[in-house]
Design a protein around this ligand. Structure first.
Ligand SMILES: NC(=O)c1ccc[n+]([C@@H]2O[C@H](COP(=O)([O-])OP(=O)(O)OC[C@H]3O[C@@H](n4cnc5c(N)ncnc54)[C@H](O)[C@@H]3O)[C@@H](O)[C@H]2O)c1
Length: 350
């Protein structure tokens, strides 16, 4: 099977490309290397046997240089929920929406199936902010036994209401999801939508606005300042974090049963066992760090921030038999190992 991975020089795309190329798939990566640090992945990808095409998904011509393919993994995006806030909405929508449309057109031309990497950020901010949360010593959490439409202690499931504002980023992902499903139905392509929570681990070029686990770990290796932003600056906000190798396990399972998962949308994440608050992440990093960075507290909450998100994986587990296997400790251990092994290259990026 020939697989085209857009954004394949990025964090998630490169992990999938290396895994799939290593397991006998013919992998081509299309990336414009706009993310700082993605260029570091080119030699790694080529060493794993993937072909790397430099091109921009905003331009349909870029796909011509990639040749024919049987399956598209669409991972090219501006992945920050804050993107567009500084008047750069054209870049965000160009890469995330026009780029997805161009990728779907290429898939249609080649009769290729599609796995789309969407985001938990399709769920509206106000509804997530309205969840009843207890304030624990180190984290927010929903009360035991509490539940509502699309949520419970197990997390947010696919039945969570979709009405309301979700950020420009979330809107770009939901719009692209809609196109993926429609292309599948109109042209007979098998499509899968994975709504990812936070993915974290080696090869994530963490920035203040995206990739907080890698950023946290990097500051504990290279030094510098960190900030707990929002919700009083106390670091109780919670996310589940998914190791990219766990995601690669899932994608391989989906590839092996495309007929049965076609047309479906899944929430995918680390789940409750894979959840951490910023405070808890700081404790994990302190125990492993070479240096202890300063920690600022920024009490004000950004309009697109949310206090709690845990993925309810029940649907995807039932459909594929997959489960996340790598806990936050392993995500953090593997991230520290990667930072130290590539200290020379990464110090300039992270
Ligand atoms: N990392 C996460 O926590 C997370 C969570 C939810 C969803 N996602 C989704 O997963 C996908 C991959 O995210 P990631 O974390 O690997 O991000 P990333 O920034 O590391 O990778 C994205 C890659 O796309 C490339 N790219 C951006 N614009 C492009 C364009 N116009 N043309 C060609 N290439 C372009 C970048 O250079 C980069 O290499 C994205 O679609 C993102 O929305 C990621």
């Amino acid at each position: 099977m020939r697989i085209l991975i857009t954004g394949g020089a990025g964090f998630v795309g490169s992990t999938l490309a290396v895994r799939l190329a290593g397991n006998g798939y013919v992998v081509t990566v299309l990336d414009n290397l706009s993310r700082a640090g993605s260029d570091l992945n080119v030699a790694r990808l080529e060493g794993a046997g993937a072909a790397v095409v430099r091109g921009d998904v905003r331009h349909p011509d870029a796909f011509e240089a990639c040749g024919a393919f049987d399956l598209l993994i669409n991972a090219a995006a501006e992945p920050s929920v804050h993107a567009g806030g500084a008047g750069d909405g054209d870049v965000l929508l160009g890469s995330n929406l026009t780029g997805s449309m161009n990728a779907l057109e290429a898939a249609r031309i080649h009769g290729a199936d599609v796995i789309f990497l969407s985001s938990s950020r399709v769920y509206p901010i106000a509804a997530l902010n309205a969840l009843p949360l207890d304030i624990g010593a180190s984290r927010y959490d929903v009360p035991a036994q509490a539940s509502g439409q699309g949520w419970s202690g197990a997390g947010i499931n696919e039945g969570f209401p979709l009405n309301g504002r979700r950020s420009l980023y979330g809107a770009s992902k939901l719009a692209a999801e809609t196109l993926v499903l429609e292309y599948g139905a109109a042209y007979g392509l098998r499509t899968v939508v994975n709504r990812l929570g936070v993915v974290a681990g080696p090869w994530q070029m963490g920035r203040v606005d995206q990739g907080f686990v890698a950023l946290w770990a990097a500051r504990h290796v290279f030094g510098g300042q960190l900030a707990c932003r929002g919700f009083g600056g106390e670091g109780r906000q919670v996310r589940d974090i998914l190791h990219p190798e766990d995601l690669a396990d899932l994608v391989e399972r989906q590839l092996a049963r495309l007929d049965s998962v076609a047309g479906q949308t899944f929430n995918v994440g680390g789940g409750r066992q894979g959840s951490v608050s910023l405070r808890e992440l700081t404790t994990l990093c302190r125990a492993r760090g070479d240096v202890q960075p300063g920690m600022d507290r920024v009490p004000e909450t950004d309009s697109v921030d949310i206090p709690w998100y845990i993925t309810d994986n029940h649907r995807v587990m039932e459909a594929t038999g997959w489960a996340p296997r790598r806990p936050p400790e392993q995500v953090v251990d593997d991230t520290f190992r990667w930072l130290r092994d590539h200290r020379h290259d990464l110090a300039g990026v992270l």
